[in-house]
Design a binder for this molecule. Structure first.
Ligand SMILES: [Zn+2]
Length: 348
């Protein structure tokens, strides 16, 4: 028995010298302490022994078991420490090395323009309101004074989704309708609604089947074109420079009466005439007007008591003018060179 124990200990010492990984420790545990392990086997024939012999074998095998367990846990700790040191050495960071350049994203130039208009509007007391892009014909046309069969509907070639009741909104004006309808107390309204709109269009440098509108609506008492002019003046100067002059030209929209085109004096030539303003000195940037009494009445605002104005800009058009972009598709193609160009423009 003592000889067996001695052999186990000697074998263990050899094994310990050869072990250098955690897996080795695992294997040694099985070899010595497992169900059929060398130490476990010491007590395999206990049944056939006398009481005295049992005592001796029991004592010796326990002692051996403790010895092996202790040695193996020492080994395990040693290997753990070694591996940690190795890891620390290999993951050491040399802070004197030059850093890798990390590309930083910038806002899409269109988003940037929209946010600029939004923050201006917020500073003027407007709320920013959004609405669904899949819209009812009722909100996109009918309540906006464009009943079925109205000829002005032809100007907005629309994507219908099912029969003739659901469509991809062709303008953000349905958000105005929704806001007026949802305001059950019929209190004054001052909102802008930026968002995507859709019209059937052949895509080219200045047309896209998807584009972005920014509309504004005020409903209150005693609102006139003078209020609209003052508001437009602030927006034009903020976006295109303090020297900008503004003017109205008569126009027609079914949802406003009277309706006007919104022009700014050319920021490129200052009004003398150039290719951007096509020689006129003026650039049209949007449309506007006094909210049609039918629209107010449709939405529960008694047009005998309430008035309002509405305006709308094409966000892409504003951004193209402001940043000198010649192709509307620049906004939608993920060409990183565009980003670099506008980074540079901002830095200058
Ligand atoms: Zn010009």
């Amino acid at each position: 028995m003592k000889e067996k124990v001695e052999n186990i200990k000697n074998e263990l010492i050899k094994d310990l010298e050869n072990a250098n990984a955690l897996l080795d420790v695992q294997n040694l545990k099985v070899k010595y302490l497992g169900k059929k392990g060398l130490v476990t086997e010491l007590t395999s024939n206990m049944r056939d022994l006398s009481i005295d012999e049992k005592k001796e074998v029991g004592m010796l095998s326990n002692e051996t078991k403790n010895f092996v367990t202790h040695e193996l846990s020492k080994l395990e700790e040693k290997i753990n420490n070694l591996e940690l040191e190795k890891k620390l050495a290999s993951e050491k960071i040399d802070i004197s090395l030059p850093s890798t350049k990390v590309e930083v994203g910038v806002e899409n130039i269109l988003e940037k323009l929209i946010e600029e208009v939004e923050s201006l509007a917020l500073s003027m007391g407007y709320d920013v309101v959004e609405g669904p892009e899949v819209e009812k014909d009722l909100y996109n046309f009918e309540l906006l004074n464009l009943p079925k069969g109205h000829p002005a509907r032809d100007a907005q070639d629309t994507f219908y989704l099912d029969s003739d009741t659901t469509l991809l909104r062709s303008q953000t004006s349905p958000v105005q309708i929704r806001t007026m309808l949802e305001n059950k107390e019929k209190t004054p309204i001052r909102i802008i609604c930026p968002g995507k709109t859709y019209r059937r269009d052949d895509d080219d440098a200045t047309h896209s089947h998807q584009f972005t509108q920014i509309e504004g609506l005020i409903v209150d008492k005693d609102i006139s074109l003078a209020n609209l002019k003052a508001t437009f003046d602030i927006i034009a100067k903020k976006l295109f420079g303090e020297d900008r002059e503004t003017r109205f030209r008569p126009s027609f929209y079914p949802f406003t009466e009277p309706s006007v085109e919104l022009d700014i004096s050319c920021f490129n030539c200052g009004g003398k005439g150039c290719n951007i303003c096509k020689g006129t000195g003026w650039i049209t940037v949007g449309g506007a007007g006094i909210v049609h009494h039918n629209v107010l009445d449709n939405c529960g605002y008694d047009s005998n008591k309430w008035t309002g104005f509405a305006f709308g800009f094409g966000a892409e058009r504003l951004a193209m003018l402001k940043y000198g972009i010649t192709d509307i598709r620049t906004f939608y193609t993920n060409d990183l060179r565009t980003k670099e160009n506008f980074d540079r423009k901002d830095a200058e």
